[in-house]
Design a protein around this ligand. Structure first.
Ligand code: ADE
Ligand code: ZN
Length: 370
C-alpha cells in the first residue's frame, strides 16, 4: 500500500502505529541504552567513548559488520557496573517501551558480560527486579528477561547464565537465549538448554543472521528453541523454510538491524516479504534500537513502506507477537482481545477505516503445537 501513500497518509499511519498497543519479543536491554544515559554512565565509570555528545555517538554507531557492532556494544557495556547503573538502564527502558505503547516485552539481557566486567550479580539482580516492578506499576508496561549465553565467550560464562536464569525464573526470567558470533559452535551449550527445558524455562536462539541455514539447523537441534532470533537466512534453504512453517517456529525479524549490520544491502533486498508470504510465523522487532537508530514503531512503519504489507496484515503481525510470546494462555487471550479492540477503534479514529481483523485473530488465537 504505502509505497504510494501521500505524505498525509504517512502522518496518519505513523500516528496509528505509535498509538496501537504492541508486544516486543526481540530487543537487547543493553542495546536500548538511552544515549544520554550512556554518556552519563561513561563519565561516572571513567570509560573513554569515542565521543561525548549524542551526535558523536550516532556517527560512531555505523557498522560494517557484526564484529564492528559487537566491539562498540561491549565498550558500552563497560559503562554499566553498579546497581544504580542498571536501575537507570531498566527505568529508561521501561519508560521508552511505555512511550511506544509496548505493553509487554521479552528482552535479552547478557548477565555474564556484566559479571565479567566486575558487577555483583546479586546486587544488580535486585536493582533490576525493583526497576521492573516499579516500571510495571508506573506505566503498566511489563518486562521479562531472556538471559543470553554468548557463543563466542565459552562454557564457564554459560554455566553462570543458566544458573542465574534458574535462580530468577520465579519472577524476572522467562526464557534462556543464545546470541553472539554465529561462526562459533552451539554444541557446547546443549546441556544448558536441556537444563532450561527440564526446569520449564522457554528457549530462544539467535541463528540465521550472520551465518546461513546450517546455523538454524544446528540451533534447532541443540537448543529446541520455541522462536528464532532473526532466522532470516532460512530463505537460502527451501526445505528449511518448509520445516519452520510446518513446525510453526516463529522468526523474530529485526529489519533495520539486518541492514545496519550488512546482512542485506537494502530494505528492497530484505526477505521479510518472502518469509511472510511463505506462511512462516513472524514478529517485527528492534534488536538494539540505540545502535541501529530505530524503534519498534519505526520497524512497523518500515514494513508497511518496504515489504508490501497492508495495514490489516501489519495488525495481524502485531497481534501474532502476542500469540508467539511466552505469556500464560489466559493472559494471551486477554491481550489479544484487548489489542484487537483497540486496533479497531484506533483505525476508525486515526485512519478513518475499518480493519478486517477477524481472520488473523482466529489464526493467532490458535493453540500452538510446541
Ligand atoms: N547481541 C546483541 N545484538 C545481537 C545480534 N543482533 N545478534 C547476535 N548477538 C547480539
Ligand atoms: Zn538480537
Amino acid at each position: 500500500m504505502s509505497a504510494e501513500a501521500t505524505p498525509l497518509d504517512r502522518v496518519a499511519l505513523r500516528r496509528f502505529l505509535s498509538a496501537i498497543p504492541k508486544v516486543e519479543l526481540h530487543v537487547h536491554i543493553e542495546g536500548a541504552i538511552q544515549p544520554a544515559t550512556l554518556l552519563r554512565l561513561a563519565a561516572r565509570r571513567g570509560v573513554d567513548l569515542p565521543s561525548d555528545t549524542e551526535e558523536g555517538l550516532r556517527s560512531w554507531f555505523r557498522f560494517r559488520d557484526f564484529s564492528e557492532f559487537l566491539e562498540a556494544y561491549l565498550v558500552c557495556c563497560r559503562c554499566l557496573r553498579d546497581p544504580e547503573d542498571f536501575q537507570l538502564l531498566v527505568n529508561d527502558f521501561v519508560a521508552e517501551q511505555a512511550r511506544q505503547n509496548i505493553r509487554y516485552t521479552e528482552a535479552h539481557f547478557t548477565i555474564s558480560t556484566h559479571t565479567a566486567n566486575g558487577a555483583n550479580s546479586g546486587e544488580i539482580t535486585e536493582a533490576i527486579r525493583e526497576s521492573i516492578q516499579e516500571g510495571e506499576k508506573s506505566y503498566g508496561s511489563r518486562l521479562r528477561l531472556i538471559p543470553d549465553i554468548v557463543r563466542n565467550v565459552g562454557v564457564e560464562r554459560a554455566d553462570e547464565t543458566i544458573e542465574w536464569a534458574l535462580d530468577n525464573r520465579a519472577d524476572t526470567v522467562i526464557a534462556l537465549g543464545i546470541s553472539g558470533k554465529e561462526d562459533h559452535p552451539t554444541e557446547p551449550f546443549r546441556e544448558h538448554f536441556l537444563a532450561a527445558r527440564s526446569a520449564g524455562l522457554h528457549r530462544v536462539a539467535h541463528a540465521g543472521e550472520q551465518a546461513g541455514p546450517e546455523s538454524i539447523r544446528e540451533a534447532l537441534e541443540i537448543c529446541s528453541p520455541e522462536r528464532l532470533g532473526h532466522g532470516v537466512r532460512a530463505t537460502e534453504d527451501n526445505e528449511l523454510m518448509t520445516t519452520l512453517a510446518a513446525d510453526r517456529i516463529p522468526l523474530e525479524v529485526c529489519p533495520s538491524s539486518n541492514i545496519q549490520l550488512g546482512i542485506f544491502d537494502s530494505m528492497n533486498q530484505h526477505p521479510f516479504g518472502e518469509i511472510y508470504r511463505a506462511g512462516l510465523e513472524v514478529s517485527l522487532n528492534s534488536d538494539d534500537p540505540t545502535f541501529f537508530a530505530t524503534t519498534l514503531t519505526d520497524e512497523y512503519e518500515t514494513s508497511l513502506v518496504n515489504f508490501g504489507l497492508d495495514i490489516d496484515e501489519l495488525c495481524g503481525v502485531a497481534l501474532a507477537a502476542v500469540a508467539q510470546s511466552f505469556l500464560p494462555a489466559d493472559e494471551k487471550a486477554r491481550f489479544e482481545r484487548r489489542f484487537s479492540q483497540e486496533y479497531n477503534v484506533l483505525a476508525e479514529q486515526l485512519l478513518d477505516r475499518t480493519l478486517g481483523l477477524e481472520e488473523s485473530i482466529g489464526a493467532v488465537g490458535a493453540e500452538r503445537t510446541r
